[in-house]
Ligand binder design. Structure first.
Ligand code: CU
Length: 292
């Protein structure tokens, strides 16, 4: 079943992907998706079999009178069967999980692109790097602000390595369609992972680790384009263009230069929504009279 990815997707989409947000946009995501769907199908087969046995017993051996039925216990073949079967099922699930996990965690020796993800309260910076590790140089950079959502432009069909670091607390880099997230640590630990994107589009990215007051507003946007357009984007950035100018250089004009999947949140607090009960705040004479 794992080998026949296409039919798994057919089954998955017929059942709402069994709770997953679709097949994903990376080669790694597709493998996780197939594992998820195949595991669910396997669980359902076991489930239907067990439900069948339960209902068969309920109907076949329902109470017919006061006479006690035959009491059978310690049926050795049965004992062995229902010990060995679950162990086998778990072993098979473990086998495929280990294969997919190893693949998802695999790092190549020569990734095509290296992106340093810098998280901070409460936004993101994306540094396009000229090599791996913290001593590599940054050739272009994008940083988000309260007014502009940071846009991370990346190519399809290239091995992309993310190196994560935080300036303050633990955050988590998450694009739901990648079906993957990984914590972003402050300090010397640089979490790293690689993906190969295979679907162009624009996808919202989020912080997935509660990091403080405006954690929920810590969004970014992943823009996946062809390698040719990515090269043009990066060239424009290297020449000193802003991210929005570089977006325009590869054909995104007007509102398309900015994030389309999310927008900056208004974090300004008004007196009336901050103090919802109209109670008198200490030291605010005006509020005291307004409250009465
Ligand atoms: Cu965060």
């Amino acid at each position: 079943m794992l080998l026949s990815g296409c039919s798994l997707e057919g089954v998955g989409s017929a059942f709402g992907h069994f709770g997953w947000p679709g097949k994903g946009i990376t080669l790694q995501a597709h493998k996780m998706y197939d594992l998820w769907i195949a595991s669910t199908i396997a669980a359902l087969i076991v489930g239907v079999f067990v439900w069948g046995l339960i209902f068969w017993c309920i109907i076949r051996y329902r109470k017919r009178g006061d006479e006690l039925p035959v009491q059978t216990r310690f049926n050795m073949p049965m004992e062995v069967l229902y010990t060995v079967t679950p162990v086998l099922i778990v072993a098979i699930l473990f086998y495929y999980t280990a294969i997919v996990q190893t693949d998802v965690d695999k790092l190549s020796k020569n990734p095509d692109q290296v992106v340093e993800v810098v998280a901070f309260k409460w936004n993101w910076q994306f540094n396009y790097r000229d090599g791996m590790g913290k001593d590599a140089g940054t050739v272009a950079s994008t940083v988000g602000s309260s007014d502009v959502i940071p846009i991370l432009v990346l190519p399809t069909n290239e091995k992309i390595r993310f190196e994560e670091t935080s300036k303050d607390v633990i955050h988590s880099f998450w694009v739901p369609e990648i079906l993957f997230k990984r914590d972003v640590f402050p300090g010397s630990v640089r979490n790293t992972f690689e993906i190969t994107l295979d679907k162009e589009g624009r996808y919202v990215g989020r912080c997935a680790e509660l990091c403080g007051t405006y954690h929920a507003f810590m969004n970014f946007e992943l823009v996946v384009v062809s390698p040719e357009r990515f090269d043009q984007f990066l060239a424009a950035k290297r020449d000193g263009s802003s991210t929005q100018e570089a977006m325009a250089a590869i054909g995104f004009t007007g509102d398309q230069m900015y994030a389309t999947t999310t927008e900056p949140f208004d974090t300004r607090r008004q007196k009336n929504n901050w103090n919802q009960r109209g109670a008198v705040a200490a030291g605010t004479g005006a509020a005291a009279t307004a409250g009465k």
